[in-house]
Design a protein. Sequence first.
Length: 564
Amino acid sequence: MADIETLAKQSEKRKAEIANLDSLGLKSLYDDELIKSYQDSLYELRKDGINKILDLKQKIAAAKKNKMLDYDVKAKMIEEYSNSILDAKKVQNENAAIDKEITKAAISYANVISKKYISEIDAIQDSEIAKIKAAYFENVQKIKSDAEKKIAEAKNDMDKETASYELKSALFDAKNRMQTEVGRCKDAKRQAFTDHVQINRNLRNGNSNIIEDTQLNFKNYVNNFKLSKFLLDNGLYLAILLFFIICIAIAPSTGAGNLLTISNIFSILEQSSTRMFYALGVAGLILLAGTDLSVGRMVAIGSVITGLILHPGVNIVKFFNMGPWDFTALPTGVRIAMALILSIVCCTFFCAFAGFFTAKLKIHPFVSTLATQLVIYGLLFFGTTGTPVGSIDADIKDLIGGRWQLTPYISFPKLIIPAIIAIIVAWFIWNKTTFGKNMYAVGGNAEAASVSGISVFWVTMGVFIMAGIFYGCGAFLEAFRANASAGTGQGFEMDAIAACVVGGISFNGGIGKIGGAAIGVIIFTSLTYCLTFLKIDTNLQFVIKGLIIIAAVALDSIKYLKRK
């Protein structure tokens, strides 16, 4: 192992040489001798320290999972590994200072040589790309010239058609060759920067750097960028963004006032908050290539239950001729907990009811949730005769659904907080749990998932139950925004489904992200708010929403066909 002083001297000398070199003469950054020396030195420092600790931790994890080992043997092995880890930590602590010093010097040197090497490769490949494109344009002119001669010499229409077809084929082949050759040059440029990032990671013992990772992701994006793919993936968002810009620009001239204010933004987010729960619930079913038409009725039943329990004084509503009730004698906390739990239980029960027929009997969710919707609708209207349950106790409404006054003119809606929590929980389930991975697997290909050992039945049931929990929470909060009745939530399923589709969750299954669903909700709520703000007729709003939905589904279908 070279000592740090020798490496430092070699590094400074090499840096001075690099500044005056026209070319490094390296085929790869890994060929640089000084980088190899730094890597060897750091390996020697770490092999009995941090590297040994990582290796021993893996052995402990493997031993714990090994069912073939006796309990005593396993315990002894783990104890030995744990003692070895303590020894390795001592070595790590002893070498920590010099490790840090060498790593810093090594990365400093690696950055200098990498900058020179990457600049060199970029210049070479850019020159090569220019030659390739020039040769391509020259070839195109020759192909066209030859084709024009053939067409002019053609004796009949069939010969002309043949010559035209050959022209198109030759142009297509020439373009493909050019793109392939340019792609190789871009790959060489990308590889040079990737090597730089990877070398620095190795020098840091596998630790990444956010700046390097961002630069690498940006370069990869630029090198792989295709305008057609970009427009296919983001065309709808760009169109909606343009629409919002137009609305913001024309709002003052219509007399509606300034649309882009903090107050309006908070109002949009407040309206989005309860709808977020419905979208997060239905998103899982769409991920399984299904849907849910019962969302609106779930909202109604949960809201009615919440309104009955949190109503101040005696309720005016009887449920199946039972009641009226007065829950005000109960402590406030008990009433809130009871309302939330019963809302979740009822929504989860009906979701599980629909889910069972889908999971067990393979009935499409469209049918099972439509049937569930009708059942709930009938029970609610028959049970309450359609009478609104009235308002919620003012103190409770302010506690959960009120606002915090930030300034004399700006207040922050409390309902935004539970919506944010719901997004975080859903994201964690989708991305950090085995159940979430199984959801993607079943949605992508249920048969393949079943063969790989995943229970399609329980994953499907789990998604329905998870949806019911989200619906129950959303329905509970919905009661704080309006007087609940059997008609509450009418049409909410369409907004929830549309938000998911606009957010990129594919009806073809297995594709989508929770972030997309959340953005879709905000986009759709913002759209409705903007149209209402500009006093656009409600009927025309339905037309605009319908066009956005069909555009989103059409783009999704095109992307799906391209993937196939």
